[in-house]
Design a protein around this ligand. Structure first.
Ligand SMILES: Nc1ncnc2c1ncn2[C@@H]1O[C@H](COP(=O)(O)OP(=O)(O)OP(=O)(O)O)[C@@H](O)[C@H]1O
Ligand SMILES: [Mg+2]
Length: 482
């Protein structure tokens, strides 16, 4: 048969069938028709051994976007990009290109040796609504097909796996936020700090230990539930200024894909407000309280503010009074308020949270705050040693080794320089900067540091000596008098 004839033949057959269907619908009594449809479906069920599940994009009365649908969309995105022929591309979060399968495409998946098929499609709804907002009346769905012999496996473990994996992908791709509290409210900006553990200068074993700890925590939902503890973990980062505490927090957020809440305790009015702020934090987040020793030193804070008020004495007295009231009103957050929150209400909110405190003076902190169980891990960030220097040299100068390295090593052992200072000296001064020049800069700075250290020690020695001599003279004089 010539193709043209074949199409003509097919066309007339379809036409005929449609005619019969129209007659059937019109002239068969409704009851009879329903019975026939019901039994024909059952018949198909006996012969056709597949089961189909539909996941609609919008569900419920308020047409919320279904969580399952978006999880499936994420889950299928990697499979679609390798299998589907027609893909949809979208840029999400200003950063990554996300591919998903276009409507009426099909991809297959395998789970424990069982094959399933996913198909995408859309219904165009004919519903008329009056609204000023443009209405998108396309309703998309995914259909899952599988053999009925595998019903238990697919409906149970497979779907759980799909939803869990899909959510994890979303977390990995989502745009993260940095929240700060101005008084009693959080406001946020997009969090895009480039710090990673790879670029963080510290001893490799110590770094690996922290990474392992964080990863174990993020995967331990069931473990925490089984031991009856809230899924929370506390870290205390301590060390001199410029040793990378804040940088490490950014690296933690990047590693886990968590949001950051930077809590400024001195701006929080009282314990109630603190509680409210903390309850408002979302799951998968890191709550950071920087310089915890200063935040809780409320007496110090009050004194400083009073001094400030005295400075602007000449202003309008009414204005001054109002200002004074505002400024001398100290934050009423107490240590016990903070501790209660960490232990108590913490457990009430769902989801994983890390709480990180930083301080320059660990010895100043109240023992209650840092006892084990409250702060699970204490991490010391310290002056730059040779291991840390190597990381910085790799970051800043793309150097793995250099003939000046041994010299730097020797100098670093003789003095305390923070990674921030070392980094500053390694920073190329021009775009065409030569690595060797930067190393020379650093060596010079280190030598200067050592020299300064020596001078200081000498001076201190002299002072001590003269003080001792004075004391001796005093005692001699007094014994003479006797
Ligand atoms: N360990 C480190 N690895 C890589 N870079 C570092 C490290 N420490 C410091 N730096 C660099 O120095 C700068 C300052 O470091 P950071 O703000 O993390 O210090 P900090 O310990 O939080 O200091 P502070 O106690 O004053 O808050 C960072 O921008 C970073 O570039
Ligand atoms: Mg800091």
């Amino acid at each position: 048969m010539v193709p043209a004839d074949m199409f003509a033949h097919l066309g007339s057959t379809i036409g005929g069938l449609m005619f019969v269907w129209a007659i059937f619908q019109q002239y068969f009594p409704y009851e009879l028709r329903r019975h026939i449809e019901k039994y024909s479906q059952r018949l198909v069920g006996y012969v056709y051994p597949y089961i189909q599940i539909t996941f609609n994009e919008f569900t419920g009365e308020r047409l919320m976007r279904s969580e399952a649908y978006s999880a499936i969309e994420n889950y299928l995105s990697s499979k679609s990009s390798t299998q589907a022929k027609r893909l949809k591309a979208d840029i999400k979060n200003n950063q990554s290109l996300v591919l998903s399968m276009d409507d009426h495409e099909e991809v297959s998946d395998e789970f424990k040796g069982v094959k399933v098929w996913w198909a995408s499609g859309k219904n165009i709804s004919k519903q008329q609504t009056f609204s000023y907002a443009p209405i998108n009346d396309e309703k998309r769905y995914y259909k899952l097909n599988f053999h009925k012999g595998q019903r238990e496996l697919i409906i149970g473990p497979y779907l759980t796996h799909v939803l869990k994996e899909g959510k994890a992908i979303r977390v990995r791709n989502r745009q993260r936020k940095l929240y700060t509290n101005n008084g009693s409210h959080w406001s946020h900006v997009v969090f895009e700090h480039p710090a990673t553990f790879k670029t963080l200068a510290m001893e490799p074993e110590k770094k690996q230990d922290i990474i392992d700890d964080l990863m174990a925590f993020s995967k331990a939902e069931e473990f925490y539930a089984s031991i009856g503890r809230a899924w929370k973990r506390g870290y205390l980062l301590y060390g001199p200024p410029g040793t990378g505490k804040s940088t490490m927090i950014a690296a933690m957020a990047n590693l886990l894909g968590y949001d950051l809440y930077d809590l400024e305790l001195t701006a929080v009015k009282d314990n109630t407000e603190l509680r409210r702020l903390l309850i408002e934090t979302s799951s998968k987040s890191i709550i950071v309280i920087e310089d915890i020793d200063c935040s809780l030193d409320l007496t110090g804070q009050r004194r400083k503010r009073k001094e400030k008020v005295e400075e602007d004495e000449e202003k309008d007295p009414r204005e001054k009074l109002a200002k004074e009231e505002r400024e001398t009103k100290p934050s009423q957050v107490t240590l016990s308020g903070l501790l209660n929150f960490i232990d108590g209400l913490w457990s009430a909110c769902r989801g994983e949270r890390l709480i990180v405190f930083t301080t320059n003076y660990v010895e100043k902190l109240d023992a209650a705050l840092i006892r084990k169980g409250r702060m699970d891990k204490h991490i010391e960030l310290s002056y730059c040693n040779f291991e840390s220097f190597k990381v910085l040299a790799r970051n800043y100068l793309k150097l793995e080794a250099h003939h000046l390295f041994p010299k730097v090593r020797g100098l670093l052992e003789q003095t305390n320089m923070t990674p921030a200072d070392v980094a500053e000296h390694l920073m190329p001064k021009s775009l065409t900067g030569v690595a060797e020049n930067c190393l020379h800069n650093l060596i010079q700075a280190l030598e200067q540091e050592i020299e300064n250290g020596k001078l200081k020690a000498e001076e201190e020695g002299k002072e001590k000596k003269s003080a001792a001599e004075e004391k001796d003279q005093d005692t001699e004089a007094s014994s003479d008098r006797k």
